[in-house]
Design a protein around this ligand. Structure first.
Ligand SMILES: Cc1ncc(COP(=O)(O)O)c(C=O)c1O
Length: 388
């Protein structure tokens, strides 16, 4: 048996909605962005999440770039973020001339540690970018209190957190901005895609976001008939999502709860069957704090040390199971080191990165696939327990 790390799921309606566009092209149905399907996706998220404004984008990376531009990050500005994240959290800050300030994570949740955020605040701090790792919420009350105290912005990197909650509130709707990913690897997908959530009730901010998303022009106002021509009014880029992708995405968004529920069943099957090995001390399983309702985006196992993790990963891969690890901490990467960081700076991040293994987890995984992964992993872990 060969089990991929991820396999995109189809709800059955993607084809129907895309065909709808294709058959209506002659009648003027758009295939560029901001058409009826794009609007439906945005409206669905605004209503479901209780968000002030949602704008579909080409990716979460572009949503993070938009947020970074909206808060006017300038050369010399500092943005506090975890190092245990994907490069897209940091790249927009660097592109704007700012400096990412990497801080350590909490060893229990693997999310940014609020105490470390406060230690890293300086007069140059402009924003905090918390990342909801694995779709498990960061402690947002504490982060928002720090942001208020020092008057800095909060941009939630909720790439992995679509449909997950913090104290009953959807991730992405708590900070000033939230950024979602609909990449192929995510719970809800259209191949490549994302969304920016704007939570401040500020019409000027929303209008500027539309301008930045439309290459720096006021084309959105022109489409609404609010101006009779459109022109270049700000610095922007091409961040609007194509209508064809939005049609695919709409089918997935409509099925969000069902998709997340299916993933949750696999997640808990892994959790309950591996729990006895956690009790015997050979592995550690994810911890979901009381304040978080997660979305089963990632299932990871922490081993006692990197050499063990590497051996287990190799054994699973030899058995045809594509288990993987991430992240190479950003602060110790070649690019991260250009910001004056080095190995040893963030011990929890570094040792977590060496011990973590992600198991395949995707909607539509068969019982046979789940059982095969579990039986092979249990066998390997049982050997570890005996040799312990
Ligand atoms: C934490 C985090 N931020 C940002 C991204 C970037 O998302 P996208 O591929 O939609 O640009 C990812 C994607 O894996 C991610 O995991």
């Amino acid at each position: 048996m060969k089990i991929p790390f991820t396999r995109p799921y189809r709800t059955g309606n993607e084809q129907k909605y895309i065909n709808d566009i294709l058959t209506n092209i002659q009648n003027g149905a758009p295939i560029s962005g901001d058409g009826p399907y794009g609007k439906k996706c945005e409206q669905l998220m605004e209503e479901k999440f209780g968000a002030r404004k949602v704008l579909l984008t080409t990716s979460c990376t572009s949503a993070l770039e938009m947020a970074t531009r909206l808060i006017n990050i300038q050369p010399g500005d500092e943005v506090i973020m975890p190092s245990f994240t994907f490069v897209s959290t940091a790249n927009p800050v660097v592109m704007a001339g700012g400096r990412p300030v990497f801080v350590d994570i909490d060893p229990v949740t693997l999310n940014i540690d609020p105490a470390k955020i406060e230690e890293a605040i300086t007069p140059r701090t402009k924003a905090i970018y918390p990342v909801h790792y694995a779709g498990v919420s960061c402690p947002m009350d504490e982060i928002m209190a720090i942001a208020k105290k020092y008057n800095v912005w909060v941009v939630e990197d909720a790439a992995q957190g679509v449909g997950a909650k913090y104290k009953g509130k959807y991730l992405g709707t708590i900070g000033d901005f939230g950024c979602y990913s609909f990449h192929e690897t995510k719970n809800i997908t259209c191949g490549e895609g994302g969304a920016l959530v704007i939570n401040r009730d500020d019409p000027d901010l929303i209008e500027r976001a539309e301008i930045i998303r439309e290459k720096g022009t006021d084309r959105s106002k022109f489409h609404r008939g609010q101006v009779d021509k459109y022109t270049w009014v700000d610095v922007g880029s091409s961040y609007v999502q194509s209508e064809i992708l939005a049609a695919f995405l709409f089918a997935q968004l409509e099925a969000m709860d069902e998709i997340n529920q299916k993933r949750m069943e696999i997640w808990y099957k892994y959790y309950t069957q591996l729990k006895p090995f956690e009790e015997s001390g050979v592995i550690r399983l994810p911890v979901i704090p009381d304040y978080a309702e997660h979305n089963a985006h990632i299932f990871y196992v922490l081993f006692q040390e990197q050499s063990v993790r590497d051996t287990v990963m190799k054994q699973l891969q030899e058995a045809g199971i594509h288990a993987v690890f991430h992240y190479i901490p950003l602060h110790s990467s070649p690019m991260g080191q250009t910001f004056g960081c080095q190995d040893g700076d963030l011990p929890v991040t570094e040792e977590t990165s060496g011990r973590l293994l992600r198991l395949p987890l995707f909607t539509g995984m068969s019982n046979d696939e789940e059982n095969f992964i579990l039986s092979r992993l249990k066998q390997v872990v049982e050997e570890l327990r005996r040799n312990n």
